[in-house]
Design a protein around this ligand. Structure first.
Ligand code: TXA
Ligand code: MG
Length: 338
């Protein structure tokens, strides 16, 4: 299949592909998604095929009107409504009880619940409205690779495997939505930290619990996707969670072993260490977790043609978007620290 590269002017063509049961990658505020008609079984299966995604890992559906929630979900609690009021359209996915007969079976992968979200970008909203159906959409990367924040990332992974990519520039938040499960009891559970901070969720619904990454590794994972290998770059990646003074010594040790070192760190550190490393990617101003979160996935794809063999990445405090940043980085590094 030849993948069409489309601009926003050609969005009707993109919607046409969806209506014909094909897959189209589109920009959301979090990352690029790979969309298909959530009510068409064959179309949804094409998402799994293109990504090489395990079939037990359910998809999120994307809507462009609040009323569509009533069509595809039930038992919508007051807490769910408060979260929609506060954060939709935006980077928040709610897990609710599904009206399963309305959705293609592979969307929910056999669960009684479904993840639903109302994305904030014009590209996403227009595409959903023009197609006239909700879009099932995971991140538009090959399973296991860093999620795509640009159309270029999408093509790198999926060129020739999807009908089209609709390019409307880089995704702003840069990592995926926060997933809140409202079906687990009276206390909402954050299954995946993301673009809306835990603190912001708690301001709206009070205390929440956060599902532990270790639990997510087991077979009884609440968000099934969390147990798989994720976000891994081709190079060896380690997290550095120590004083900046230690970086130099760690880098020199690696070089003694014959490694070519790359670093992902704040702009002061990348500048300071520039002379002893092979390549670097700046996360922005020191301590700015929002900036770090928005750049992480691009950073993880950055070293491909640089000759780097080992990447060191800076740890951030787990507050605000730092929680989501560390969640992704920890998975990408397979929990390895140096
Ligand atoms: O920001 C995002 O959420 C992006 C954009 C494209 O919207 N989408 C995204 O989808 O990250 P994906 O498929 O890459 O990640 C969705 C996660 C997976 O870990 C999946 O297992 C989990 O959500 N999930 C989906 N449906 C679920 C359900 N009913 N219960 C629990 N977890 C669910
Ligand atoms: Mg994904």
């Amino acid at each position: 299949m030849k993948t069409e590269y489309l601009s926003m002017k050609e969005i009707e063509r993109a919607a046409g592909w969806i209506q014909k049961g094909e897959t189209v990658a589109f920009q959301t505020e979090t990352v690029y998604g790979l969309g298909a008609d959530a009510t068409n079984k064959k179309a949804v299966q094409k998402i799994y095929q293109a990504k090489g995604r395990p079939s037990d890992n359910p998809l999120i559906i994307h809507v462009a009107r609040r009323a569509q929630v009533l069509e595809y979900c039930e038992d919508i609690s007051p807490q769910a409504k408060m979260l929609m009021d506060a954060f939709w359209p935006g980077p928040l996915t709610l897990i609710l009880k599904a009206q399963k007969n309305k959705l293609a079976i592979p969307v929910t992968a056999g669960l009684d619940t479904v993840g639903i979200r109302f994305p904030a970008t014009e590209a996403a909203q227009k595409l959903i409205r023009l197609a006239g159906v909700p879009l099932a959409a995971p991140s538009a990367n090959t399973s296991g690779r860093p999620s795509p924040t640009t159309a270029h990332h999408v093509l790198h992974d999926l060129d020739g495997k999807i009908a089209a990519v609709l390019d409307s520039g880089p995704a702003q938040v840069g990592l995926e939505s926060t997933i809140v499960d409202l079906t687990a009891g009276s206390v909402p559970v954050i299954l995946r930290p993301g673009g809306i901070s835990r603190e912001a969720v708690e301001e709206v619904v009070g205390p929440v619990s956060v599902s532990k990454p270790d639990l997510q590794k087991s077979d009884i994972a609440k968000a099934p996707g969390m147990k798989y290998k994720h976000y891994a770059p081709d190079e060896d990646l380690f997290i550095v969670d120590g004083p900046e003074e230690d970086w130099r010594e760690k880098i020199l040790d690696l070089k003694d072993e014959g490694q070519q070192v790359g670093i992902i760190a704040n702009e002061d550190l990348t500048a300071e260490l520039g002379s002893i490393i092979q390549a670097s990617y700046s996360l922005g101003r020191k301590g700015d977790a929002e900036s770090a979160a928005s750049r992480l996935f691009d950073a993880l794809r950055h070293f491909e043609k640089t000759g780097v063999t080992v990447i060191l990445a800076e740890a951030y405090p787990e507050t605000g978007l730092g929680l989501a940043y560390m969640n992704r980085l920890d998975k990408a590094a397979d929990h390895r620290y140096l």
